[in-house]
Design a protein around this ligand. Structure first.
Ligand SMILES: Cc1ncc(COP(=O)(O)O)c(C=O)c1O
Length: 395
């Protein structure tokens, strides 16, 4: 199809031309003299994005799934108890990863579309007087449901319970889009991939580990080799890696970090909040339903849209792809056929959002769902043209 492909899934996201151009170069020697300057700038930039001074950056050629495994293989020994909260597809898989690595996982199964309730975190930990839980697993932004849990309140609940468990947080669809504060919220490990808010192709796993997690890794008895972060940490401090890094991705990452810094993190978050609100107004104006019911937990990086009973969300996604060259996210796990997802994270502007909404309305109509064509587009336009109102929503 001629024209631009509309990649509006909640990651991978569109890679800006500037990042593509930064990667379009000969492959360098990864043991050469130029690498430390490149790695140093990346580490400094990532620390700013994670909002940390005490966390250390760990990179692997992998994806978010690899980052899950790395977060657990370095901190949780076989037989250790882990507390996990399942609020969607990815939080379920993170818990499963821990189970496969030999942890004894206490999985709190919640409704998909809810956030992790801080009071449940408190309750579970306060009842664990012997401190048998070694880690708490939380997905900050559940990509399957479009719900952002309140991490500040979760950490507060852990503190109130006086529990020393490590807090391991998946920020795969949050970092670089939604405010995440590693130091302030006393997170022990945060993990992500490159393909979402960082505006890069898939291919790298990024972790930020705090002092307590790094200490835990020295005592951890889990078998690990590639994902053992100790040699990675040691070499990264000198600007190198104990494996062959994805060198061209590193150039792309440096560029995307420069772009985020030029825009300024608060502005990046405000842009995401504003575009997300425009999408939600469009969804409501089109008579469709947002899966997340608590406005305080709306995700600013994606919206999961529930289709009317009897309609098929897969047909919407198919129509978008086949007729419009528009990629929307499918319903995952138990939401298959019931919901589709609109990604609004990464490199994105107002007109791209409006075009996406126009495409959603057409795809729904083609899939047999009655929507008032243009109503969502108009709601979106109206919201985006009311600067004061949009700015107020953005704070
Ligand atoms: C929240 C979350 N965690 C983990 C993953 C898994 O990452 P990957 O597909 O890069 O392995 C994803 C993928 O979309 C995700 O959205």
């Amino acid at each position: 199809m001629p024209g631009r492909h509309f990649l509006q899934i909640p990651g991978p996201t569109n890679v800006p031309d500037r990042v593509l151009r930064a990667m379009d170069r000969p492959v360098p020697d990864h043991r050469g003299p130029d690498l430390p300057a490149l790695v140093g700038e990346i580490v400094t930039g990532l620390k700013q994005i994670f909002q940390t001074a005490r966390g250390e950056i760990i990179l692997y050629p992998a994806s978010g799934t690899g980052a899950w495994e790395a977060s657990l293989a370095n901190t949780v020994s076989p037989g250790d108890r882990v507390l996990a909260f399942t609020v969607g597809h990815f939080s379920r898989l993170y818990a499963e990863c821990a189970r496969r690595l030999g942890a004894e996982v206490d999985e709190v199964d919640l409704r998909w579309g809810e956030g992790v309730p801080p009071e449940r975190v408190y309750e579970r930990l306060a009842n664990d007087a012997a401190h048998t839980f070694k880690a708490v697993l939380v997905v900050h932004n559940e990509t399957s449901t479009g719900v952002t849990s309140d991490l500040r309140a979760i950490r507060e609940a852990m503190r109130a319970a006086g529990h020393p468990a490590l807090l391991l947080v998946d920020v795969v669809s949050a970092l670089g889009s939604i405010d995440f504060r590693f130091d302030e919220w006393e997170v022990d490990v945060a993990l992500t991939g490159t393909q979402k808010g960082l505006m890069l192709p898939p291919g790298m796993a990024i972790l930020c580990a705090g002092p307590r997690a790094i200490e835990a890794s020295a005592r951890c008895t889990a078998p690990r080799y590639f994902f053992d972060w100790r040699p990675v940490l040691e070499d990264t401090r000198r600007g190198y890696f104990p494996y062959t890094p994805a060198t061209l991705m590193l150039f792309g990452l440096r560029e995307s970090l420069r772009m985020l810094m030029e825009e300024g993190l608060p502005n990046v978050f405000a842009r995401h909040r504003r575009l997300a609100e425009a999408v939600r107004r469009a969804v409501v104006a089109d008579g469709l339903s947002i899966l997340c019911k608590d406005p305080a937990l709306y995700s600013h990086s994606l919206t999961a849209v529930v289709v009317p009973v009897g309609a098929d969300a897969e047909a919407v996604v198919r129509a978008g792809a086949e007729r419009l060259n528009l990629a929307l996210g499918t319903g995952l796990g138990r939401l298959k056929g019931k919901a589709f997802r609109i990604g609004h994270l990464g490199s994105l502007n107002e007109l791209e959002v409006i075009a996406t909404i126009a495409g959603v309305e057409m795809a729904c109509t083609l899939a047999g769902i009655r929507v008032p064509l243009g109503a969502g587009v108009a709601a979106c336009q109206q919201f985006l043209m009311e600067p004061r109102m949009a700015a107020r929503t953005a704070t």
